[in-house]
Design a protein around this ligand. Structure first.
Ligand code: AP5
Length: 303
């Protein structure tokens, strides 16, 4: 498996990183034998590239030294580390995506990006995009790509998402959105699909409440508020009615297969009908395994 190096971005070390040749070309690949961190050269190679292992287990990156302005002086620093996680979570309306994202974010520190939340923020801001989005959301339809695609792409591109890894919730929801993401270079390490029977979904939607102060998701029966003060300020989403969730479900069924087909090789299906802690336990296993695989790849690099 080869790793691509570009002159300005983080290097994604795969499970087994192999190298003995580097170049400054964005399209050059790493190949041949395993790197030993102690063997990573700190002086320019004959391709004008240098690498340095800094022992930081968080990432592998390389960059031009500030004084380097031409290829002769071009210097690249690299550290063999675990790349931040890139996770997508999908499922029918009220399958528990937002609830699981709260738990994943807490444990793994990923940046949670929810397409629905970004749209609701536009609505709250009274923007033109927000007004248009609401018309579609009221009908349980997907908001047009020209509003959603750029919005999500810009959020994914921000430094916190790039540094800490991202957790994309409810996006992509159509083949065109998935294709656009791929075109912009955003590919997930894992695609989590929450599976929940339909009658459970309706009950969850109707009983859902939100805390406008903390953003926390509650349910009148399954996840009641901790205090009377919180209970008094809880709100309900405008599309959380039995009638509207049926429309949202129809839209979901219409699109889900096309999206899944693009991420088949990284999809993990999770039983979302058990309590939220048990749902999280399944996700936690998948994420832990992924990180373990990456760490052992680095271990073999250092061996
Ligand atoms: P969005 O906000 O994404 O809504 P959704 O997909 O319908 O999902 P929900 O937010 O309703 O549910 P969830 O899966 O997060 O469940 P939650 O954790 O809250 O999208 C809204 C609209 O925006 C769309 O209809 C569309 O119009 C538009 N839109 C969004 N993304 C778009 C895109 N990519 N392109 C175009 N348009 C887009 O849980 C639900 C309830 O169940 C809560 O009360 C919770 O406490 C409870 N609960 C959760 N887990 C459990 C459990 N294990 N056991 C018991 N109760 C549980």
């Amino acid at each position: 498996m080869a790793t691509m190096i570009s002159s300005s971005s983080t290097v994604n070390l795969p499970m087994t990183v192999k190298t003995n040749s580097f170049s400054t070309s964005p399209s050059s690949s790493i190949n041949s034998k395993h790197i030993l961190p102690s063997q990573l050269p700190c002086t320019p190679t004959n391709h004008g590239l240098s690498l340095r292992y800094d022992g930081n287990p968080l990432r592998c990156r390389h960059r031009r030294s500030p004084q380097s302005t031409n290829s002769a002086n071009f210097q690249v620093l690299a550290s063999a580390t675990v790349e931040p996680l890139k996770i997508m979570i999908s499922g029918a309306p009220a399958s528990g995506k937002g609830t699981q994202c709260e738990l994943i974010k807490e444990k793994y520190g990923l940046v949670h990006i929810a397409a629905g939340d970004l749209l609701r923020a536009e609505i709250a801001a009274g923007s033109e995009n927000g007004k248009r989005a609401k018309e579609h959301m009221e009908k349980g339809q997907l908001v047009p790509d020209e509003i959603v695609v750029t919005m999500v792409k810009e959020r994914l591109s921000q430094p916190d998402s790039q540094e800490n890894g991202w957790l994309l919730d409810g996006y992509p929801r159509s083949l065109s959105q998935a294709t656009a993401l791929k075109k912009y270079g955003f590919q997930p390490d894992l695609f989590i699909l929450l599976e929940v029977p339909e009658d459970t979904l309706v009950e969850r939607v109707v009983g859902r409440r939100l805390d406008p102060v903390t953003g926390k998701i509650y349910h009148v029966k399954y996840s009641p508020p901790e205090t009377d003060e919180i209970a008094a300020r809880l709100t309900k989403r405008f599309d959380d009615t039995e009638e509207k969730v049926k429309l949202r479900l129809k839209t979901h069924h219409h699109n889900v297969e096309a999206v899944l087909s693009l991420y088949e090789d990284v999809t993990v299906k999770v039983n979302g009908s058990v309590n939220k802690e048990d749902v999280f336990a399944q996700i936690d296993v998948a994420l832990t395994n992924l990180l373990e695989q990456r760490k052992s790849a680095l271990g073999s690099l250092a061996a």
